[in-house]
Design a protein around this ligand. Structure first.
Ligand SMILES: [Fe+2]
Ligand SMILES: [Fe+2]
Length: 265
């Protein structure tokens, strides 16, 4: 295992996802009603937990001892697994109609899937799985395409209904990403018959085109929300949050592409 890349990749993932986890708790806590004090307190606990992780690694860099990073990955894994359980608990309460919050169940489920993904990445990093295998590429795409499709649906629901054009655009993105998700599943099903996933590079190119335009749409929405030029229930931080996740997916697509090209040459 290449040590520098293990350290750098671990730190990059932890920096990116810890901020995401911290923001989830902020969104969740804003969605609870005032009487749901216990759940709000738990959300705040996780907000502090991930903020402390961010502070802890502030001075870490590519020269940090790999053993320290290996232990860090285990420590952060515990935090990610624990916030996952909290989010699933909230979802369970919603699905049994024991609580009503302003966070849609799909959004709570979505944030729990991101926590599970983060936890899984930390395990993989410690196992030395730094480079993606073809089957991992398709699975990763299935994961992120669903995330993007969900985002489009959340945006469509949280915009004011009078923002008809934007709502329509969000609906188009939702449809586009649902189709890409099905396509990824089609390819996945064809996989066992072939060493490689058929036409994976073309599929990645198609994904890139859609992710770039969704990312730009989110960026525009974020700028308009910040300037108070559209009506919505979307906090500017949420708009920025989903924008960053699209940008992260684009970097992953680029890394996969690079990996496939270097394997073919
Ligand atoms: Fe998120
Ligand atoms: Fe997300």
């Amino acid at each position: 295992m290449e040590i520098t890349s293990f350290v750098t990749q671990s730190l990059e993932e932890i920096r990116f996802w810890s901020r995401i986890m911290k923001e989830h708790t902020f969104f969740l806590s804003m969605g609870f009603t005032v009487d749901q004090t216990q759940l709000i307190q738990e959300a705040r606990y996780y907000m502090d937990l991930f903020e402390r992780i961010e502070e802890q690694i502030r001075d870490y860099n590519e020269n940090t001892d790999p053993e320290v990073i290996r232990q860090l990955n285990v420590q952060v894994y515990e935090a990610a697994a624990s916030i996952w359980a909290y989010k699933r608990k909230v979802l369970g309460l919603q699905l049994r109609c024991e609580i009503v919050t302003n966070n849609m169940p799909l959004l709570v489920d979505h944030t729990s899937r991101e926590a599970a993904y983060f936890a899984k990445r930390l395990v993989e990093l410690n196992e030395g799985k730094l480079k993606p295998l073809p089957e991992a590429i398709i699975k990763e795409n299935v994961f992120f395409l669903k995330i993007m499709a969900d985002h489009a649906k959340f945006i469509g629901h949280l915009l004011d209904p009078s923002e008809r054009k934007l709502v329509e655009q969000a609906r188009d993105f939702s449809h586009d990403f649902d189709q890409l998700l099905f396509q990824a599943q089609d390819l996945d099903h064809m996989r066992p018959q072939s060493e490689t996933v058929p036409l994976l590079d073309q599929f990645l190119d198609q994904n890139r085109v859609s992710v770039v335009s969704l990312r730009d749409f989110k960026k525009t929405a974020r700028d308009l929300i910040e300037a108070c030029r559209i009506k919505s229930n979307i906090p500017a931080l949420l708009a920025d949050h989903v924008y960053r996740e699209a940008d992260h997916f684009l970097h992953i697509i680029d890394a996969f592409d690079e990996h496939l090209t270097s394997n073919n040459s």
